[in-house]
Design a protein around this ligand. Structure first.
Ligand code: IPM
Ligand code: MG
Length: 370
C-alpha cells in the first residue's frame, strides 16, 4: 500500500468550504485504491496571519516540508480588509510567493479545459468553441517581475519612483522550456511560445533558449506569438492552441483570460511543480463576497486533487475518473449559483451537494489497478 502525507492549506474566503469537498473525494479515492492519505490541515494565508501573526507560519512550513504533496486553497482578502495586514505580511506577498520560492515550484500547469458538456458556461459563441476548448497553459512561476528586486524611493528630481526588475537566467528558461516541450510531446505536438521580443530583452533571451531546447524536440511544431496577439486569439480562435508556454506575469494574465473564455475562474484548477515538491491550487482568488454561503463550486479544488493524483502519485486513471465524475454532474444539469443563473435546465445545488454528487459519480466508475 502506498502512503502519502498531504498538507492541506485551507486558505481564506471560500477556501475552507471547497477544501471540505476536495477531502471527501480524497477519502473516497483512498477507499477505492490501495493507497492511504495522511491529511494534515495547517494554517496559511490571511487566516493564519490573524491566528498566529504570520501568513506562512513555521508550523505550516514544517508540515509542508514533510509532505509528499500540498493542496492549497485560495488566499487573500478584499481590498479594504487587506489593509488590516501590514503590506509584507499580506497573504500574496507574505505566504503565496514565499511558498513558491521555498519549494521552487517553477512549472505551473493551468488547464483551460471546456468539454462540450460545459460549453454553455463559456461567453464565446458556439462556432468559436467548436468541439470544446482544451489548452494547457504552462506558466513559469518563480522568476521574472514577481520575484525580481524592488526599489522605491524619491529620485533626484524629488519625485517618488519605483523600480522592479524582470530577471531570468538561461537555466530558469531552459527548465520551463523542457517542461513545455515534454508536455507537448504527450499532447498534440504543437507548442505556442508566448513572448514580447519586439520590446522586451527578456523575451529575446527566452526565445533564444526556446530555439535551443526545441532542437531536441524536432517533432514539436513551435509557433512563436506575441503576448498581446495571443490574448486576442484566445478569444477569437482558442482551438488553435494546445500547449502554451510563457513567463510568470504573462502567464498570470493569460491564464485568467483562460478562465474568462471558460466562463469562470471557478473552472480553473492548477498544479505547481518543482523538482522536489509540488503543490496544487485553484487558479482563482478567495472570493470573500461569497464566502461561507455554501454557493461556491468546488470544481477547481477537486480538479486540483485530480492533478495531484496524476502528477504526484501517478494515479492517472483515478485522476481521469475524478474529472469524469465532475463532468457527469454538470452533464446532468447540476450547477452552483456562483457559476450559473437560475433558469431553465439548471438544477441549482450548493457546494456540499455538488461535492456529494461528485463522490456518487466517482463511486460508479470502475477502479483500474495497474
Ligand atoms: C495566481 C494569483 C497570484 C499570482 C497572486 C494571488 C499573487 O493571481 O496564482 O495567478 O499573481 O501569481
Ligand atoms: Mg493570477
Amino acid at each position: 500500500m502506498s502512503k502519502y502525507k498531504i498538507a492541506l492549506l485551507d486558505g481564506d474566503g471560500i477556501g475552507p468550504e471547497i477544501m471540505v469537498e476536495a477531502v471527501k473525494v480524497l477519502r473516497l479515492v483512498e477507499q477505492r485504491n490501495d493507497v492511504e492519505f495522511d491529511l494534515i490541515h495547517t494554517p496559511f494565508g490571511a487566516s493564519a496571519y490573524f491566528e498566529c501573526g504570520d501568513p506562512f507560519p513555521e508550523q505550516t512550513k514544517a508540515v509542508c516540508d514533510e509532505a509528499d504533496a500540498i493542496l492549497k486553497g485560495p488566499i487573500g482578502l478584499n481590498h479594504e480588509d487587506s489593509k488590516k495586514i501590514p503590506v509584507d505580511k499580506q497573504p500574496e506577498r507574505g505566504a503565496l510567493l514565499p511558498l513558491r520560492r521555498r519549494y521552487n515550484t517553477y512549472a505551473n500547469f493551468r488547464p483551460v479545459f471546456l468539454p462540450q458538456g460545459l460549453a454553455h458556461f463559456s461567453p464565446l459563441k458556439k462556432e468559436i468553441i467548436g468541439d470544446g476548448i482544451d489548452i494547457m497553459i504552462i506558466r513559469e512561476l518563480v522568476g521574472g517581475l514577481y520575484f525580481g528586486e524592488k526599489e522605491t524611493g524619491v529620485n533626484a528630481d524629488g519625485l517618488r519612483y519605483v523600480k522592479e526588475t524582470l530577471e531570468y537566467d538561461e537555466e530558469q528558461i531552459r527548465r520551463i522550456a523542457k517542461v513545455a516541450f515534454d508536455t507537448s510531446m504527450k499532447r498534440k505536438k504543437v507548442l505556442h511560445n508566448i513572448h514580447k521580443s519586439n520590446v522586451l530583452k527578456s523575451s529575446v533571451l527566452w526565445n533564444e533558449i526556446m530555439d535551443e531546447v526545441g532542437k531536441d524536440y524536432p517533432e514539436v511544431k513551435v509557433v512563436n506569438i506575441l503576448v498581446d496577439a495571443a490574448a486576442t486569439y484566445l478569444c477569437l480562435n482558442p482551438g488553435q492552441f494546445d500547449v502554451m508556454v510563457m513567463e510568470n506575469m504573462f502567464g498570470d494574465i493569460l491564464s485568467d483570460q483562460g478562465g474568462g473564455i471558460l466562463g469562470s475562474l471557478g473552472l480553473m484548477p492548477s498544479a505547481c511543480l518543482g523538482d522536489d515538491k509540488a503543490y496544487y491550487e485553484p487558479s482563482h482568488g478567495s472570493a470573500p463576497d461569497i464566502a461561507g454561503k455554501n454557493i461556491a463550486n468546488p470544481y477547481s479544488m477537486i480538479g486540483s486533487v485530480a492533478m495531484m493524483l496524476e502528477m504526484s502519485f501517478g494515479m492517472d486513471q483515478e485522476a481521469k475518473n475524478v474529472w469524469h465524475a465532475m463532468q457527469s454532474v454538470f452533464a446532468q444539469g447540476f450547477s452552483t449559483p456562483d457559476l450559473s443563473k437560475p433558469g431553465a435546465g439548471v438544477k441549482m445545488i450548493d457546494t456540499q451537494s455538488f461535492g456529494d454528487l461528485v463522490v456518487e459519480e466517482l463511486k460508479k466508475l470502475p477502479v483500474v489497478t495497474k
